[in-house]
Design a protein. Sequence first.
Length: 310
Amino acid sequence: MTRHFLRDDDITPAEQAEILDLAERLKRDRWAVKPLAGPQTVAVIFDKSSTRTRVSFAVGIADLGGSPLIISTASSQLGGKETPSDTARVLERMVSAIVWRTYGQAGLEEMAAGTTVPVVNALSDDFHPCQLLADLLTIREHKGRLAGLTVTFLGDGASNMAQSYVLACVTAGMHVRVASPEEFSPAASVVDDADRIAASTGGSVTLFTDAAEATSGTDVVVTDTWVSMGKEDEKAHRVATFGAYRVDRELMDLAAADAVFMHCLPADRGYEVTADVIDGEQSIIWDEAENRLHAQKALLVWLLERKDAG
């Protein structure tokens, strides 16, 4: 049966751990497995500009023996004359998997429903699940475990990063705190889904409006840009609204003494995070950026194994 990865909860806790274990193995030996030898081709489609996603998938696919086919929707029929499902049915005749960085989650759902090859969400307006695999891998490397740790996300709680943190971290048995203005809380449906997962993993989700309260004693401090792609016209309002959630040294000092700082990048230094934090000793952002490569390779291997088994 073909498996897809469109949301963080498309995999079970055991499957998440399996993928992270494989990512650790592939980080130790980058060329250990070559499931795309041939080379087989993976379509990597971009509606949005990218640095880390483009490079990590292109390099990762090559490491796995394959050939990345980078497609811009501006130069294709997708989103214009052709539906996602029709595009998927064409691509599945020629590629082994489809990776799509896009806007609406609905397009990904349509594409996955219409194809026999794995579809991977490389970012949507609602979720960023590949980033969370990398983040969990990074936390596990630095902390030695995931279950029982507390992670605090500060800023836009309705963002794709915040919502993926809510789902992925409770899947790992972690305690997630999201600190944001009430108008920027995670979607109620996402919190409900996370609560159901947490009931079996021992994790939890708690929403805060006070940044200091949410950060007190936490093991991991996370933020993201206040102005995501497509939100540029809201910049003035967002900067004014999120100012109290800026991660600075004073806020970091409220976290656990051995707390780490994470940011998926790119960062607007001086806005959501100060330079002394992002460049400080507690920051693990460069390990986090590198781990996109290893986590996504593990995910592709895992998905391809299940496709071949089916």
